[in-house]
Design a protein. Structure first.
Length: 549
């Protein structure tokens, strides 16, 4: 019989349980438990065997080993069987049992005879096994030993569960710390959510579906008051998407200075080549670029696999005219196309990613189908911030669980005063510069390129000179008005005056370029414009100049 009394065994058990409730060092506690178990079980050795990632059992024992942890191969020995069957095994002589894995005993110089092996259970799961080896003062372990050892085993199981919970908590804390750092780093790649460049006011909204995401937005001031801005949507989610987002954001920021040296389409092709060299195969980024030029009143648009931008005109949100392009980062040799439209089409321009559209309400309806058009139209009829109205509506409509994709919205508001299509002036030499500037501003606003705009101003200036010389006394001059009319595919200037007019039938036949009717000659005007019409009356005379675009 064991020398430790039953009462003494219970006291040791209570002390171990008490230690368990307040212990901070779990490893030391396990050593305390198996040492106490050896004392209570009155045996030569007590061991704890736990599986590692490979499924092998690692032995933690009261018998020290200089050779490091002892490993029992998966499924081997009596311990391996107990771990699989979850049944207690009590044998009198392990040397006579074919299941015995003798290599472990040989390693530490232990001859194993009586052996009690119990599973450490957490419900239906087996966490490991515990063994009492070589009972002292008796030939083998009895039923009381089994009962007491199983009680110790339950303490060990609780400790193992606690160990795992602590490991999970530590991993989660480390992961959360890394995630917070990654989120902070990722947000550092984004510009402020509000900004102003000249007469352009920019507002941004960004909400990733999780802590880190693949959406991003950007806006960069360029020369001559221009602004390059847009949004991007990286394929996939998580860390891989965030890394690609960082690559794209950094690349755009580092190469934005070159956007002034080439057309937007060529610059996007350049960015695509760089991204193809950086990104893993199968990865890509959908992007939408807007290059706004307030001075020339133009917007260059390049849409690459993303929802096209929208603009507000006459109370309705319309899609910006664009040529669809594939996403970036797929093939190095792709050709990209851009479109140029007038900034005066609208004072509000909107870009957004598909996460905005895909959010759902409790009935499974998508925001795109039920609420987007309604809130945008309501924003047309008041002076409230469109972005605030849009995001508040989106949040009220959607359930938080439906935010399955990153959501980014970028609103650009042009707060410059709109151009007046009528310009009255005094047609007299020395006072024509304002009229030239008026034509120049409207030519830029209509999207004419710099060369064409210069020719249009030159042609109008020739008409101004002719009016000064032939319609009025050149030194005194007289009243005149410029009217600009723009439409799909044309740019038209109507110049009216109250001097001596001339009609089409009064004009001489078209003269060669060397012929002169004041200034550079009517032939030059006809070369510049596609349609030139002269109308005369006693009240007002009118010259209409139309340029097809």
């Amino acid at each position: 019989m064991p020398t430790t009394t039953t009462r003494g065994r219970r006291e040791i058990l209570v002390n171990v349980a008490h230690d368990l409730s307040r212990a901070e060092n779990v490893d030391q506690l396990l050593d305390r438990i198996i040492e106490s178990a050896r004392e209570v079980m009155n045996c030569e050795v007590c061991s704890l065997l736990l599986p590692d990632e490979s499924g092998d059992m690692l032995i933690r024992s009261t018998l020290s080993s200089d050779s490091g942890p002892i490993r029992v191969p998966k499924g081997k020995g009596i311990a391996g069987e107990v771990y699989l069957t979850k049944e207690v095994v009590n044998i009198r002589d392990a040397q006579q049992d074919p299941r015995h894995f003798s290599k472990a005993g040989v390693t530490v110089g232990l001859a194993t005879h009586s052996m009690l092996t119990i599973p450490l259970l957490d419900g239906e799961s087996c966490l490991g096994v515990m063994q009492a080896i070589n009972a002292r003062d008796r030939k083998h372990f009895d039923d009381e030993d089994v009962e007491l050892f199983e009680t110790f085993g339950s303490l060990v199981a609780v400790t193992l569960i606690r160990m795992e919970a602590q490991k999970i908590a530590v991993r989660e804390a480390e992961y959360r710390q890394q995630l917070n750092l990654a989120t902070e780093i990722q947000r550092s790649f984004l510009p402020p959510s509000h900004g102003e460049v000249g007469d352009l006011h920019i507002d941004a909204f960004y909400q990733p579906a999780s802590e880190i995401g693949g959406d991003f937005y950007f806006w960069h001031p360029l020369e001559n008051g221009r602004v390059l801005l847009g949004i991007g949507d990286v394929c996939g989610k998580g860390f891989a998407a965030s890394l690609d987002m960082a690559r794209a954001s950094t690349l755009i920021a580092s190469e934005v200075h070159t956007a002034s040296r080439m057309p937007l389409s060529e610059w996007v092709q350049h960015i695509n080549r760089r991204l193809c060299a950086m990104m893993s195969q199968g990865r890509f980024i959908a992007l939408s670029f807007l290059l706004l030029s307030p001075k020339t009143r133009t917007v260059n648009v390049c849409v690459c696999g993303l929802i096209p931008p929208h603009f507000l005109r006459n109370g309705t949100w319309e899609t910006v005219p664009h040529t669809p392009n594939p996403p970036l980062g797929v093939f190095e040799g792709l050709t990209y196309h851009s479109n140029t439209v007038s900034l005066d089409l609208s004072q509000r321009w909107l870009c957004y990613s598909d996460g905005l559209l895909e959010a759902q309400n409790e009935r499974g309806e998508h925001y795109e189908d039920r609420a987007l058009e309604e809130v945008l139209n309501s924003a047309c009829s008041n002076d409230s911030n469109v972005l605030d109205l849009l995001i508040n509506s989106w949040r009220e409509f959607s359930t938080e669980a439906s935010y399955r994709d990153d959501t980014t919205v970028l609103l650009v508001q042009d707060i410059a005063p709109s151009l007046d299509p009528v310009f009255p002036f005094t047609c007299r030499p020395g006072l024509l510069q304002d009229a030239r500037d008026f034509i120049d501003r409207w030519a830029a606003a209509a999207g004419l390129d710099e060369e064409t705009a210069g020719l249009v101003v030159l042609g109008c200036d020739e008409i101004f000179s002719n009016i000064c010389k032939h319609a009025y006394c050149a030194e005194q001059g007289g009243p005149a008005e410029c009217h600009v009319v723009t439409g799909p595919g044309y740019f038209e200037v109507v110049i009216e005056h109250r001097g001596n007019g001339i009609a089409n039938e009064d004009l001489p036949d078209p003269e060669p370029p060397c012929g002169k009717i004041g200034g550079m000659g009517l032939s030059v005007v006809r070369e510049i414009f596609d349609d030139v019409d002269f109308y005369a009356s006693p009240q007002v005379s009118r010259i209409t100049l139309r340029k097809n675009l």
